[in-house]
Design a protein. Structure first.
Length: 185
């Protein structure tokens, strides 16, 4: 039972990413669509419990069977190599929800995307350190009492970090090339 794409998109916008739902959202929810969107977002069945709790408190119990049917349908879209790549690259943390027949494909994309995400974080951290070293170098030079050894240590550290950034950028480029070659993005 597939839903039209327009309905899916409007439902996704209505539900957003919150586990808790407003009373109005609970009252009007298409639980099949909610389940499908939860699966497409990589959410586990445990996520349903928080939705159900919020809706029960509002007096509108969730339809677990419809949610589960939608969630299982949504897994077919989520558990693919391209989606795994996007999910990993965007920083998603995979909980083992893919059926065993689909999990290897999902993970082949996820592992590449996740490595790109982790390397991106590392690059930003290194760039922050480089920025701090640049500020220290500027302060030492502005001080006027140049201590050549101190400047050299700071410069060597900065150069080492810059080399690490370049190395990471090359690895990310390799991973993106691999992903393109595999049709992941």
């Amino acid at each position: 039972m597939k839903r039209p794409i327009l309905t899916m998109l409007s439902g996704a916008l209505m539900l957003g990413g919150c586990a808790t739902m407003s009373p109005d959202e609970c009252r009007t929810a298409d639980w099949y669509l909610v389940g499908e969107m939860d699966a497409r977002s990589g959410r586990t069945p445990a996520y349903f419990a928080s939705r159900d709790r919020a809706c029960r408190e509002a007096g509108f119990p969730a339809d677990q069977q419809s949610w589960r049917e939608g969630w299982e349908f949504g897994l077919t879209a989520f558990c693919s190599a391209p989606q795994g790549f996007r999910f990993g690259r965007d920083g998603g943390r995979y909980e083992p929800i893919c059926p065993s027949a689909l999990e290897a494909s999902f993970l082949s994309g996820y592992d590449i995307g996740r490595e790109i995400y982790v390397l991106g974080d590392r690059t930003e951290s290194l760039r922050g350190e480089i920025h701090g070293l640049d500020a220290n170098l500027k302060a030492v030079v502005a001080d006027g009492n140049l201590i050549t050894e101190e400047v050299e240590v700071l410069q060597r550290r900065r150069d080492l970090l810059a080399d690490q950034v370049r190395s990471i950028e090359l690895r990310v480029a390799e991973l993106n090339g691999l992903a393109r070659g595999l049709g992941l993005h």
